[in-house]
Design a protein. Structure first.
Length: 81
């Protein structure tokens, strides 16, 4: 029998009013380092061995910067009201 892998997908709302940060959540999910627009840095690279992979699905015509997770979430946070 081959190696078994468990896949998990979770969707939720990230609320800054509750003290959450979209860039922090993205860094955690990708087991990487990201920096928010306000200079705050989030480092979850120590969890890298737990990360199998990830992807960003973009529609045709999406700006090139949207393929970079850090920039995508920085721009998302900047557009929030």
């Amino acid at each position: 029998m081959g190696k078994r892998q468990l896949f998990h997908v979770q969707f939720g709302v990230v609320q800054r009013s509750a003290g959450n940060h979209a860039v922090k959540v993205a860094a955690y999910q990708m087991c990487s380092k990201l920096e928010a627009a306000d200079g705050q840095r989030f480092n979850f690279a120590r969890k890298r061995s737990e990360h199998i992979g990830g992807m960003i699905m973009l529609p045709d015509g999406a700006p090139e910067w949207a393929a970079d997770a850090g920039e995508l979430w920085r721009q998302t946070e900047a557009s929030e009201r």
